[in-house]
Design a protein around this ligand. Structure first.
Ligand code: G3H
Ligand code: 13P
Ligand code: ZN
Length: 318
Protein backbone atom coordinates (compact mmCIF):
# COMPACT_ATOMS: atom_id res chain seq x y z
CA UNK A 1 0.00 0.00 0.00
CA UNK A 2 1.24 3.49 -0.85
CA UNK A 3 1.44 5.66 2.30
CA UNK A 4 2.80 9.12 2.97
CA UNK A 5 6.45 9.68 3.73
CA UNK A 6 5.32 11.68 6.78
CA UNK A 7 3.55 8.61 8.21
CA UNK A 8 6.69 6.50 7.77
CA UNK A 9 8.92 9.15 9.37
CA UNK A 10 6.59 9.46 12.36
CA UNK A 11 6.79 5.71 12.99
CA UNK A 12 10.56 5.56 12.48
CA UNK A 13 11.86 8.74 14.14
CA UNK A 14 14.66 8.09 16.62
CA UNK A 15 14.29 4.31 16.30
CA UNK A 16 15.41 3.36 12.80
CA UNK A 17 15.97 4.75 9.31
CA UNK A 18 14.01 3.86 6.20
CA UNK A 19 15.80 2.82 3.00
CA UNK A 20 15.03 5.03 -0.01
CA UNK A 21 15.90 3.15 -3.18
CA UNK A 22 16.07 4.52 -6.75
CA UNK A 23 14.52 2.42 -9.49
CA UNK A 24 14.67 2.65 -13.27
CA UNK A 25 13.20 -0.57 -14.65
CA UNK A 26 11.04 -3.64 -14.09
CA UNK A 27 13.70 -5.95 -12.68
CA UNK A 28 14.71 -3.39 -10.05
CA UNK A 29 11.06 -2.84 -9.15
CA UNK A 30 10.40 -6.55 -8.61
CA UNK A 31 13.68 -7.08 -6.72
CA UNK A 32 12.93 -4.06 -4.55
CA UNK A 33 9.51 -5.31 -3.46
CA UNK A 34 10.78 -8.85 -2.90
CA UNK A 35 13.75 -7.69 -0.84
CA UNK A 36 11.63 -5.45 1.36
CA UNK A 37 9.03 -8.15 1.93
CA UNK A 38 11.68 -10.78 2.64
CA UNK A 39 13.06 -8.49 5.33
CA UNK A 40 9.61 -7.25 6.41
CA UNK A 41 10.55 -3.59 6.01
CA UNK A 42 8.65 -0.45 5.06
CA UNK A 43 10.50 1.47 2.34
CA UNK A 44 10.59 4.47 0.01
CA UNK A 45 10.77 4.17 -3.78
CA UNK A 46 12.42 7.16 -5.33
CA UNK A 47 12.37 8.29 -8.91
CA UNK A 48 14.98 10.72 -10.19
CA UNK A 49 14.48 13.17 -13.05
CA UNK A 50 16.78 10.93 -15.09
CA UNK A 51 14.71 7.83 -14.29
CA UNK A 52 11.49 9.62 -15.25
CA UNK A 53 13.06 10.57 -18.59
CA UNK A 54 14.82 7.23 -19.28
CA UNK A 55 11.77 5.77 -20.97
CA UNK A 56 8.73 7.73 -19.87
CA UNK A 57 7.59 8.51 -16.33
CA UNK A 58 4.28 6.73 -17.02
CA UNK A 59 6.04 3.38 -17.34
CA UNK A 60 7.61 3.78 -13.89
CA UNK A 61 4.41 4.98 -12.29
CA UNK A 62 2.48 2.15 -13.96
CA UNK A 63 4.99 -0.42 -12.69
CA UNK A 64 4.70 0.90 -9.16
CA UNK A 65 0.90 0.72 -9.32
CA UNK A 66 1.17 -2.87 -10.61
CA UNK A 67 3.67 -3.80 -7.88
CA UNK A 68 1.25 -2.43 -5.28
CA UNK A 69 -1.29 -5.01 -6.53
CA UNK A 70 1.17 -7.89 -6.93
CA UNK A 71 2.63 -7.30 -3.44
CA UNK A 72 -0.39 -6.12 -1.38
CA UNK A 73 1.46 -6.62 1.93
CA UNK A 74 4.12 -4.01 1.07
CA UNK A 75 3.99 -0.59 2.75
CA UNK A 76 5.90 2.13 0.92
CA UNK A 77 6.01 5.79 -0.09
CA UNK A 78 6.76 7.18 -3.58
CA UNK A 79 9.21 10.07 -3.69
CA UNK A 80 10.72 12.39 -6.32
CA UNK A 81 14.51 12.41 -5.87
CA UNK A 82 16.50 15.63 -6.57
CA UNK A 83 13.71 17.58 -8.21
CA UNK A 84 13.93 21.07 -9.66
CA UNK A 85 10.95 23.38 -9.20
CA UNK A 86 9.30 22.40 -12.49
CA UNK A 87 9.56 18.65 -11.85
CA UNK A 88 8.32 19.07 -8.27
CA UNK A 89 5.25 20.95 -9.52
CA UNK A 90 4.59 18.23 -12.12
CA UNK A 91 4.77 15.50 -9.45
CA UNK A 92 2.60 17.49 -7.03
CA UNK A 93 -0.03 17.98 -9.74
CA UNK A 94 0.00 14.27 -10.69
CA UNK A 95 -1.32 13.25 -7.27
CA UNK A 96 0.78 10.03 -7.38
CA UNK A 97 3.75 11.04 -5.23
CA UNK A 98 3.85 10.83 -1.42
CA UNK A 99 6.61 13.45 -1.28
CA UNK A 100 8.97 15.46 -3.45
CA UNK A 101 12.54 16.64 -3.00
CA UNK A 102 13.32 20.18 -4.10
CA UNK A 103 17.06 20.41 -4.47
CA UNK A 104 18.07 24.05 -4.61
CA UNK A 105 21.15 23.44 -2.46
CA UNK A 106 23.43 24.82 -5.18
CA UNK A 107 21.68 28.20 -4.88
CA UNK A 108 22.61 30.87 -2.31
CA UNK A 109 20.80 30.50 1.06
CA UNK A 110 18.06 33.10 0.42
CA UNK A 111 17.33 31.80 -3.08
CA UNK A 112 17.16 28.21 -1.73
CA UNK A 113 14.63 29.42 0.85
CA UNK A 114 12.59 31.22 -1.81
CA UNK A 115 12.40 28.23 -4.20
CA UNK A 116 11.84 25.68 -1.43
CA UNK A 117 9.11 27.87 0.09
CA UNK A 118 7.20 27.97 -3.20
CA UNK A 119 7.33 24.17 -3.56
CA UNK A 120 6.28 23.67 0.09
CA UNK A 121 3.25 25.92 -0.44
CA UNK A 122 2.09 24.01 -3.53
CA UNK A 123 2.81 20.59 -1.97
CA UNK A 124 1.14 21.26 1.36
CA UNK A 125 -2.01 22.45 -0.42
CA UNK A 126 -2.27 18.85 -1.71
CA UNK A 127 -1.13 17.05 1.45
CA UNK A 128 2.28 16.15 -0.02
CA UNK A 129 5.45 16.58 2.00
CA UNK A 130 8.70 18.17 0.89
CA UNK A 131 12.34 17.23 1.41
CA UNK A 132 14.80 20.09 0.87
CA UNK A 133 18.60 20.19 0.95
CA UNK A 134 21.00 22.56 2.63
CA UNK A 135 24.75 22.30 2.24
CA UNK A 136 26.39 20.47 -0.63
CA UNK A 137 27.43 16.89 -1.13
CA UNK A 138 30.51 16.21 -3.22
CA UNK A 139 30.34 14.40 -6.55
CA UNK A 140 27.59 14.59 -9.14
CA UNK A 141 23.92 15.25 -8.40
CA UNK A 142 21.98 14.83 -11.61
CA UNK A 143 23.67 17.47 -13.78
CA UNK A 144 25.19 19.51 -10.97
CA UNK A 145 28.83 18.88 -10.09
CA UNK A 146 29.75 20.18 -6.66
CA UNK A 147 32.32 20.18 -3.91
CA UNK A 148 31.45 19.36 -0.29
CA UNK A 149 29.95 22.11 1.89
CA UNK A 150 28.80 20.78 5.24
CA UNK A 151 25.37 21.81 6.50
CA UNK A 152 25.62 24.46 9.19
CA UNK A 153 23.20 23.47 12.04
CA UNK A 154 22.04 26.99 13.03
CA UNK A 155 21.38 27.80 9.38
CA UNK A 156 19.50 24.51 9.05
CA UNK A 157 17.20 25.44 11.94
CA UNK A 158 16.49 28.82 10.33
CA UNK A 159 15.93 27.18 6.92
CA UNK A 160 13.43 24.69 8.37
CA UNK A 161 11.55 27.45 10.22
CA UNK A 162 11.38 29.82 7.23
CA UNK A 163 10.53 27.28 4.50
CA UNK A 164 8.25 24.88 6.43
CA UNK A 165 9.92 21.92 4.64
CA UNK A 166 9.10 18.54 6.20
CA UNK A 167 12.53 16.92 6.12
CA UNK A 168 16.06 18.08 5.39
CA UNK A 169 18.86 16.43 3.45
CA UNK A 170 22.09 17.26 5.25
CA UNK A 171 25.64 17.28 3.93
CA UNK A 172 27.93 15.50 6.41
CA UNK A 173 30.71 14.37 4.08
CA UNK A 174 28.99 11.77 1.88
CA UNK A 175 28.78 12.16 -1.90
CA UNK A 176 26.92 10.56 -4.78
CA UNK A 177 28.20 7.76 -6.98
CA UNK A 178 30.78 5.00 -6.64
CA UNK A 179 33.85 7.15 -5.99
CA UNK A 180 33.15 8.74 -2.64
CA UNK A 181 36.44 8.12 -0.89
CA UNK A 182 39.79 6.73 -1.96
CA UNK A 183 39.88 3.10 -0.86
CA UNK A 184 42.39 3.00 1.98
CA UNK A 185 41.82 -0.17 3.99
CA UNK A 186 41.72 0.44 7.74
CA UNK A 187 41.34 4.22 7.37
CA UNK A 188 38.45 5.70 9.40
CA UNK A 189 36.25 7.94 7.31
CA UNK A 190 35.37 11.26 8.82
CA UNK A 191 31.61 11.58 8.40
CA UNK A 192 30.36 14.56 10.38
CA UNK A 193 27.65 13.03 12.55
CA UNK A 194 28.09 15.93 14.96
CA UNK A 195 26.18 18.03 12.38
CA UNK A 196 23.21 15.64 12.58
CA UNK A 197 23.37 15.58 16.38
CA UNK A 198 23.42 19.35 16.63
CA UNK A 199 20.42 19.72 14.27
CA UNK A 200 18.58 17.12 16.36
CA UNK A 201 19.32 19.21 19.46
CA UNK A 202 18.18 22.46 17.81
CA UNK A 203 15.07 21.01 16.11
CA UNK A 204 14.01 17.99 18.20
CA UNK A 205 11.87 15.42 16.41
CA UNK A 206 12.69 16.79 12.95
CA UNK A 207 13.45 14.12 10.28
CA UNK A 208 16.77 14.31 8.47
CA UNK A 209 17.85 12.57 5.26
CA UNK A 210 21.23 11.17 4.23
CA UNK A 211 22.06 11.16 0.54
CA UNK A 212 25.04 9.42 -1.02
CA UNK A 213 24.78 6.50 1.38
CA UNK A 214 25.90 3.56 -0.76
CA UNK A 215 28.75 1.61 0.77
CA UNK A 216 30.38 0.54 -2.53
CA UNK A 217 31.42 -2.88 -1.19
CA UNK A 218 35.00 -3.69 -2.09
CA UNK A 219 34.08 -7.30 -2.92
CA UNK A 220 31.50 -6.06 -5.43
CA UNK A 221 34.00 -3.77 -7.19
CA UNK A 222 36.57 -6.59 -7.29
CA UNK A 223 34.04 -9.04 -8.80
CA UNK A 224 33.03 -6.49 -11.45
CA UNK A 225 36.65 -5.87 -12.38
CA UNK A 226 37.45 -9.62 -12.40
CA UNK A 227 34.63 -10.01 -14.94
CA UNK A 228 36.02 -7.37 -17.29
CA UNK A 229 34.98 -4.13 -15.57
CA UNK A 230 37.29 -1.18 -15.12
CA UNK A 231 35.99 0.52 -11.99
CA UNK A 232 38.46 2.64 -10.08
CA UNK A 233 39.32 1.51 -6.59
CA UNK A 234 36.94 3.38 -4.31
CA UNK A 235 34.88 3.05 -1.18
CA UNK A 236 31.63 4.37 0.23
CA UNK A 237 29.85 4.85 3.54
CA UNK A 238 30.62 2.04 6.01
CA UNK A 239 27.40 0.20 6.85
CA UNK A 240 28.14 0.50 10.61
CA UNK A 241 27.85 4.28 10.19
CA UNK A 242 24.42 3.90 8.63
CA UNK A 243 23.37 1.68 11.51
CA UNK A 244 23.79 4.51 14.00
CA UNK A 245 22.08 7.22 11.93
CA UNK A 246 18.47 6.29 12.85
CA UNK A 247 18.92 7.05 16.54
CA UNK A 248 20.14 10.57 15.66
CA UNK A 249 16.96 11.53 13.80
CA UNK A 250 17.95 10.40 10.30
CA UNK A 251 14.71 8.86 8.97
CA UNK A 252 15.63 8.31 5.30
CA UNK A 253 18.83 6.89 3.81
CA UNK A 254 19.26 7.12 0.01
CA UNK A 255 20.84 4.23 -1.85
CA UNK A 256 21.22 3.96 -5.61
CA UNK A 257 24.83 3.21 -6.56
CA UNK A 258 25.02 -0.11 -4.66
CA UNK A 259 22.05 -1.32 -6.74
CA UNK A 260 23.85 -0.31 -9.94
CA UNK A 261 26.90 -2.28 -8.81
CA UNK A 262 24.74 -5.38 -8.26
CA UNK A 263 23.32 -4.95 -11.77
CA UNK A 264 26.80 -4.61 -13.29
CA UNK A 265 28.28 -7.56 -11.37
CA UNK A 266 25.40 -9.94 -12.18
CA UNK A 267 25.36 -9.04 -15.87
CA UNK A 268 29.16 -9.10 -16.35
CA UNK A 269 29.55 -12.44 -14.59
CA UNK A 270 26.57 -13.95 -16.39
CA UNK A 271 27.80 -13.11 -19.88
CA UNK A 272 31.36 -14.12 -18.98
CA UNK A 273 30.15 -17.51 -17.68
CA UNK A 274 27.45 -18.15 -20.32
CA UNK A 275 28.71 -16.53 -23.53
CA UNK A 276 26.32 -18.63 -25.58
CA UNK A 277 23.21 -17.24 -23.89
CA UNK A 278 21.11 -14.35 -25.19
CA UNK A 279 17.72 -14.61 -23.43
CA UNK A 280 17.43 -11.47 -21.33
CA UNK A 281 15.21 -13.31 -18.84
CA UNK A 282 18.04 -15.72 -18.00
CA UNK A 283 20.08 -12.84 -16.58
CA UNK A 284 17.09 -10.88 -15.30
CA UNK A 285 16.18 -13.68 -12.87
CA UNK A 286 19.49 -13.78 -10.97
CA UNK A 287 19.60 -9.98 -11.01
CA UNK A 288 16.20 -9.73 -9.29
CA UNK A 289 17.35 -12.25 -6.66
CA UNK A 290 20.66 -10.50 -6.01
CA UNK A 291 19.06 -7.06 -5.92
CA UNK A 292 16.47 -8.31 -3.39
CA UNK A 293 19.32 -9.73 -1.27
CA UNK A 294 21.14 -6.39 -1.31
CA UNK A 295 17.97 -4.53 -0.26
CA UNK A 296 17.29 -6.94 2.60
CA UNK A 297 20.89 -6.53 3.80
CA UNK A 298 20.60 -2.73 3.80
CA UNK A 299 17.34 -2.87 5.73
CA UNK A 300 19.00 -5.05 8.37
CA UNK A 301 21.69 -2.37 8.77
CA UNK A 302 19.23 0.53 8.86
CA UNK A 303 17.07 -1.18 11.47
CA UNK A 304 13.96 -1.11 9.24
CA UNK A 305 14.02 -4.91 8.77
CA UNK A 306 11.28 -6.56 10.81
CA UNK A 307 9.42 -3.26 11.34
CA UNK A 308 6.63 -3.82 8.80
CA UNK A 309 4.16 -5.16 11.39
CA UNK A 310 4.87 -2.33 13.82
CA UNK A 311 4.46 0.30 11.07
CA UNK A 312 1.19 -1.26 9.87
CA UNK A 313 -0.15 -1.12 13.42
CA UNK A 314 0.98 2.50 13.88
CA UNK A 315 -0.76 3.45 10.61
CA UNK A 316 -3.93 1.55 11.48
CA UNK A 317 -3.40 -0.93 8.62
CA UNK A 318 -3.26 -4.08 10.77
O1 G3H B 1 21.44 11.16 -6.57
C1 G3H B 1 21.16 10.74 -7.68
C2 G3H B 1 20.62 9.38 -7.84
O2 G3H B 1 21.63 8.41 -7.66
C3 G3H B 1 19.91 9.25 -9.14
O3 G3H B 1 20.81 9.18 -10.20
O4 G3H B 1 20.02 10.98 -11.71
O5 G3H B 1 21.44 9.12 -12.57
O6 G3H B 1 19.05 8.70 -11.94
P1 G3H B 1 20.30 9.53 -11.71
P1 13P C 1 24.49 6.84 -3.79
O1 13P C 1 25.08 7.31 -5.06
O2 13P C 1 25.49 6.80 -2.69
O3 13P C 1 23.76 5.54 -3.90
O4 13P C 1 23.39 7.94 -3.33
C1 13P C 1 22.11 7.93 -3.89
C2 13P C 1 21.35 9.17 -3.58
O5 13P C 1 21.70 9.98 -2.74
C3 13P C 1 20.09 9.37 -4.33
O6 13P C 1 19.50 10.60 -4.05
ZN1 ZN D 1 20.92 12.13 -3.60
Amino acid sequence: MIVTTAQLFKAAYGKFAIGAYNINNLEQTVGLFRGNLESQAPFIIQLSKGARKYSDKRFLEGMIRAADQVFPEAVFAVHLDHGDEETCMDCIASGFYSSVMIDASHEPFEKNIEITGRVVKAAHAKGISVEAELGQLGGVEEDIVGSVKLTEPKQAAEFIRRTGCDSLAVAIGTSHGAFKFKAEPGKKLGLHFEVVQEIQRLVPGYPMVLHGSSSVPRAEVERINAAGGKLKDASGVPEEDLAKAGAMGVCKVNIDTDGRLVWTRVHREFFRDFPEKFDLRDVGKPFMEEYAKMIAGKNAMLGSAGKLGMVKKALGLA
